[in-house]
Design a protein around this ligand. Structure first.
Ligand code: IMP
Length: 200
């Protein structure tokens, strides 16, 4: 959206810089703090591994509230044109009667969030809401309610600030848009020299 990065042959550009991320995540933290200002017990924030870990770390530090944190990991795979989602790491907390916040990096088709919500509602939380850093609302397949949204973004593939391509590029402070996904798929290391100046 803003500065065009030169390395990587125009394959990527900065999409949301660290200052804008910090500002928006700070505002989301305040929003959530207000939401739970009168809660009987600290809310449990559930981060979906691994993409939302950086967002979670910044979000909870921006929340002027006592919170608990837990993690879930899910895997999704497609078979016979249907996408299957399953839990590969479950919660340590019993969420029965608790206020629960799902912390997502991106809501894209909505399949993952729909599955997660269904699985968590069955456990009888006092309340359940979702905060996502990014919402690709134009790509939604399953309508799903998202109460707190950082940025509504178009259909671009992003990496950085926790988000990956084949496990890489999570650890950049800025968020990047991949402009040529086919090229990156052919050469998954394409962005390394540009994003990590001292890469060997
Ligand atoms: P959904 O089930 O299609 O909503 O998938 C959401 C998940 O897909 C996110 O939590 C991400 O892990 C992944 N994802 C979707 N879009 C992107 C992207 O642009 N970059 C990196 N991961 C993405």
């Amino acid at each position: 959206m803003t500065e065009v990065a030169t390395a990587g042959g125009g394959a990527y550009e900065i999409f949301i810089g660290r200052e804008r991320l910090a500002e928006r995540v700070g505002a989301l933290g305040e929003e959530l703090g207000e939401r739970f200002a009168n809660a009987p017990e600290p809310p449990i924030l559930i981060a979906v591994l691994k993409g939302s870990t950086m967002f979670l770390a910044d979000l909870i530090r921006a929340m002027p509230a006592d919170v608990a944190v837990d993690f879930m990991a899910i895997s999704s795979y497609s078979s016979n044109e249907a996408t299957q989602v399953r839990i590969v790491k479950d919660l340590e907390h019993d969420i029965t009667g608790r206020d629960v916040v799902i912390v997502e990096d991106i809501v894209d088709t909505g399949l993952t969030l729909t599955y997660l919500k269904r699985s968590l509602v069955e456990r009888g939380p006092r309340s359940l809401c979702t905060v996502t850093l990014l919402d690709k609302s134009a790509r939604r397949i399953v309508p799903v309610e998202v109460e707190h949204i950082g940025f509504d973004i178009p259909d671009v593939f992003v990496v950085g600030y926790g988000m990956d391509f084949q496990g890489r590029y999570r650890n950049t402070p800025d968020l990047y848009a991949v402009k040529d996904l086919a090229r990156l798929a052919n050469d998954p290391l394409l962005l390394v020299p540009g994003l990590f100046a001292s890469a060997h």
